[in-house]
Ligand binder design. Structure first.
Ligand code: ATP
Ligand code: MG
Length: 402
């Protein structure tokens, strides 16, 4: 009878989703949780027969048993704000029901994973439940030992840590806590315009800001025909990977060649890169202002190249008034590369295609530019008109998750 009841309750796959920092947001907590549920629903839309509900500080995802569990977990783990996910089984909140469910669960686990030792970790969210947590652990442990003859208890290094979470009228049993990325739900922290190149850094920088809840729009600069169509496709591909986390977004594509030609013709060669960078920033700022983005995002990293020395960054920063977010500023390259691997952009980033920054690359770029000298060089150009023309000629493309 009880077994049938448990079976009836578990005709769907159940996933417990824990919110990370979202739980710390005090008065705003319901808002953050709502946003998180919305994001999870959106990402799981592609599956039929899924429900997502908030309940007692957790999020419960219930899915048709026939759906691929791993695929569902993979999608949920991409949602920013998710701390961890546990595939669980559900039962009534009575010691008898929990015991039976735990035995059935462990028999399956023995078969699937060959575990031989276990330990029960019980938690009582419902303080009215008559048995205290340590006693729940002991009693359920004893029932499991009786029901699964091959198992032994090991309190120090168990093969399986069996979690029992006793809640108001339902309890949950699980063993895995699959880590999410944490962060905050998308849409809870404004919108930023990311300067997205085909390199390793800027996709990671974009991802990191999106992880803190920032909506993304992007701008990419090229120097066609010096840079190829294929180089742009590579950037679109990278953007598509980033979009699997932050949803579809718009990418503005700007040809920088007319500006680069003016710089090469009129300004000192060693200043080319820093001058180009200042133009990029100003064009980006204009686009940001036109599209409701409150800040710029770059993949700059202190000291990585001539244009990213402290002095260069100060001169670059002086070109705009908008805040510039540089989430990678203090990271080491190896750590950025690891992150790129983890989020899935690395393999695309390392494909060797030319970038507009490498066109007209000076032999000896200034590493300690002086703002007054850079301004003097810019005075030889009609900056406003060049920027305006570049913004007007920008193409906008829709980036969809790949
Ligand atoms: P990345 O790996 O992101 O290309 P990088 O180490 O090559 O970075 P730079 O080429 O100096 O560094 O660029 C620094 C930042 O400027 C990039 O992270 C990116 O935000 C922006 N940027 C560079 N090139 C482009 C481009 N073609 N289009 C848009 N943004 C760019
Ligand atoms: Mg680059």
């Amino acid at each position: 009878m009880r077994g049938e009841m448990n079976e009836e309750m578990n005709k769907e796959s159940i996933f417990i989703v824990r919110c990370g920092e979202v739980a710390l947001k005090g008065m705003n907590k319901p808002y953050f949780e709502r946003m998180l549920v919305e994001r999870i629903r959106k990402l799981l839309k592609k599956f039929d027969g899924i429900s997502v509900k908030r309940q007692e500080g957790l999020i419960f995802v219930r899915a048709d048993k026939r759906l691929d569990k791993q695929a569902i977990i993979k999608e949920i783990s991409k949602v920013f704000g998710v701390a961890s996910i546990s595939p669980a089984v559900e039962c009534e909140s009575t010691m008898e029901a929990i015991g039976e469910a735990a035995v059935a669960y462990m028999l399956e686990t023995i078969e699937e994973r060959g575990v031989r030792t276990f330990k029960v970790e019980a938690k009582r969210a419902d303080k009215n439940f008559p048995v205290k947590s340590p006693d729940i652990g002991r009693q359920i442990g004893a029932v499991v030992l009786k029901g699964c003859k091959v198992l032994k208890v090991d309190v120090h290094h168990p093969d399986c840590l069996l979690f029992v979470d006793v809640r108001h009228d339902r309890s949950y049993i699980y063993q895995d806590k699959i880590a999410g990325f944490g962060g905050l739900p998308l849409g809870t922290n404004g919108k930023g315009l990311s300067l997205l190149s085909g390199g390793i850094d800027s996709p990671v920088a974009t991802w990191m800001m999106a992880k803190r809840g920032m909506m993304i729009e992007a701008v990419h600069f090229h120097s066609y025909p010096y840079t190829s169509q294929r180089a742009q496709e590579k950037v679109e591909e990278l953007a598509g990977i980033v979009a699997t986390y932050c949803g579809r977004f718009k990418m503005h594509v700007v040809n920088l060649l007319p500006i680069q030609e003016q710089i090469v013709e009129n300004c000192p060669e060693e200043e080319t890169t820093i001058l180009v960078r200042r133009f990029m920033m100003r064009i980006a700022q204009k686009i940001a202002q036109n599209t409701g983005c409150g800040m710029l995002i770059t993949g700059e990293n202190l000291g990585q190249v001539a244009s990213q020395t402290a002095e260069s960054l100060m001169v670059t920063d002086a070109s705009v008034t908008m805040p510039v977010m540089r989430p990678l500023i203090a990271m080491d390259k190896v750590d950025i590369m690891d992150k790129a691997q983890e989020i899935g952009t690395y393999e695309t980033s390392i494909q060797p295609y030319e970038d507009c920054c490498t066109v007209f690359l000076p032999k000896h770029p200034v590493t300690k530019p002086k703002l007054e000298r850079i301004l003097a060089s810019e005075a030889k150009l009609d900056c406003d008109a060049l920027i305006e023309a570049a913004v007007c000629a920008a193409e906008v493309i829709d980036i969809f998750p790949v």
